[in-house]
Design a protein around this ligand. Structure first.
Ligand code: SAH
Length: 479
């Protein structure tokens, strides 16, 4: 190891920053965050200083730093990119035994500044020993992506509970086991999901169990997670996080392999199917299965295409869980209409075309469409129809019947956002024939409205590099 990694206490200590531009601003900001008294030397301070220009611990000098400024300083940063001035800063600092760091100039560095992931009080610092800071920055992005934003708050909250656990559990091993199961279990889960009351209750239950000498009650949890329309890059951070925690995953047909591969490798996978006509497992059975698995203490991931609350029966599944008193959390996903529209270059609203957008489905409980055609055929709106491919002819007829001109643009987006996406655009007059020729296999989304005409100019997505894509995901997340 070339450098000694330490976290320096600079509270109330003097930190010198020479320069007034971007890199000076970053260093000033960080030093102020850590409680230092910061002296910045620059004729003028750039725009990026605005948020903390009036900070009580910031002192601005319009002259260059002089020897006397280094008295009782702890570190000094050079950021001016003026070689003479940087060299002078380094010499002064050395003479005065102050640790110096000149940006992008390794010979003038007594220490180097790491890339930081700040989840205070948890701070992760990454250094490449000055060899390749860009690698540090890339690693930072990866870690940022897999570490929930609330982790720092979790650490701070746990800090407030340590004494109570200490009073109940004598042995260090016992305390470690307690905290492991709390942090890798429902207490932290509830906290990270934003449910502080739930987290407190779980903590009290676990502590009570420890006091009584029991192992903590083993109740699992269900994560209802929207996985988006197919491109794994469209997952949310929280989705990815819960996918990595699950013991068992229930998934259906809409999910691509790319997404399933991001679920924890040793999680059990259960296919619960569901095609429009051929239900592999009845809805009640899926719900009952989730309840049973959760009661066994498992963390059950119910992974859904798109958003669980948009034509996803998420509500129905949760009602069963709520009735059975199983804890759950829901993660929204990008719904097909939104994903398909973006990846086909069709804005769902546009000031010249559509002031509203309707999401509807052509597939009712018993297969019959009973839609409000008057509402759907209003001008200046976009209609997104889920599960509409099989009824496309009927849809087109109904639109015409209710007065929509046969020139009305319409798009059918098949396997939207995926590497085998197909976009078929046309009008009410010719879409049936075009779709027939394209031999689409679904899932397909139908979009009706004049916004469809923008696709020619705004279509940016070039499908077809499936393998490359999946590799990128794994490289980005390290999963
Ligand atoms: N909960 C999902 C929708 C489930 S209903 C969501 O929010 O997206 C299933 C229908 O969604 C399909 O019949 C199709 O109309 C649409 N759909 C889902 N994924 C799609 C995709 N990748 N491309 C096109 N349509 C899709």
């Amino acid at each position: 190891m070339e450098y000694l990694p330490i976290f320096l206490d600079v509270k109330g200590r003097k930190v010198i920053v020479d320069g007034g531009e971007t890199s000076a601003a970053r260093r000033v900001e960080r030093a102020l965050d850590a409680g230092a008294e910061v002296h910045v030397f620059a004729e003028e301070l750039g725009e990026e200083f605005r948020p903390f220009r009036d900070h009580p611990s910031l002192v601005h000098h319009t002259r260059p730093p002089a020897e006397r400024d280094f008295v009782s300083a702890i570190v000094a940063y050079g950021t001016t990119e003026d070689p003479d001035r940087d060299a002078r800063l380094y010499d002064l600092a050395n003479d005065m035994r102050v640790l110096a760091n000149v940006a992008d100039n390794l010979p003038y560095c007594d220490f180097i500044t790491p890339s930081i992931i700040d989840r205070s009080p948890i701070v992760i610092a990454i250094s490449s020993g000055g060899n390749a800071p860009i690698i540090g920055r890339i690693l930072k992005a990866r870690i940022e992506a897999i570490l929930p934003a609330a982790y720092g708050h979790l650490a701070a909250w746990i800090g407030t509970l340590r004494d109570r656990v200490m009073a109940v559990i004598d042995s260090p091993e016992g305390r470690r086991a307690f905290w492991e199961s709390a942090i890798d279990g429902p207490v932290a889960d509830q906290f990270l999901a934003g449910n502080l009351d739930g987290a407190r209750d779980r903590f009290e239950d676990a502590l009570e169990a420890a006091r009584a000498g029991d192992s903590p009650a083993n109740v699992g949890e269900v994560y209802l997670v929207g996985a988006g329309p197919g491109d794994p890059d469209l997952l949310t951070f929280r989705a990815l996080h819960l996918m990595q925690r699950a013991d068992v995953v229930l998934y259906d047909r809409l999910l691509g392999r790319g997404i399933l591969n991001l679920v924890r490798r040793d999680a059990e996978r259960i296919y619960v199917g569901k095609k429009a006509k051929d239900h592999t497992m009845a809805q009640e059975d899926i719900s009952a299965l989730m309840v049973r698995l959760a009661k066994e203490g498992k963390r059950v991931l119910r992974l859904k295409g798109g958003d669980p609350f948009i034509f996803g029966r998420g509500g129905e599944e949760l009602e069963t869980l709520a009735d059975a008193n199983i804890p759950f959390q829901i993660v929204p996903g990008i719904t097909a209409a939104s994903g398909c529209a973006s990846y086909a270059g069709i804005p769902l609203t546009h000031r010249d075309h559509a002031q509203s957008c309707v999401f509807t489905t052509a597939h009712g409980r018993d297969g019959v469409i009973a839609l409000d055609w008057e509402m759907l055929t209003k001008p200046q709106q976009t209609v997104a129809i889920y599960m509409g491919l099989g009824s496309l002819e009927l849809l087109v007829d109904k639109f015409k019947e209710h007065g929509t001109h046969h020139d009305m643009p319409i798009a059918v987006i098949d396997k939207g956002t995926r590497q085998d996406q197909t976009v078929v655009t046309g009008t009410l007059l010719d879409i049936i024939e075009k779709v027939k020729q394209a031999e689409l296999s679904g899932p397909s989304l139908v979009l009706i409205g004049t916004v469809v005409t923008l696709s020619d100019r705004l279509n940016w997505f070039a499908p077809g590099q499936a393998d490359m894509h999946e590799m990128t995901i794994h490289a980005q997340t390290g999963l």
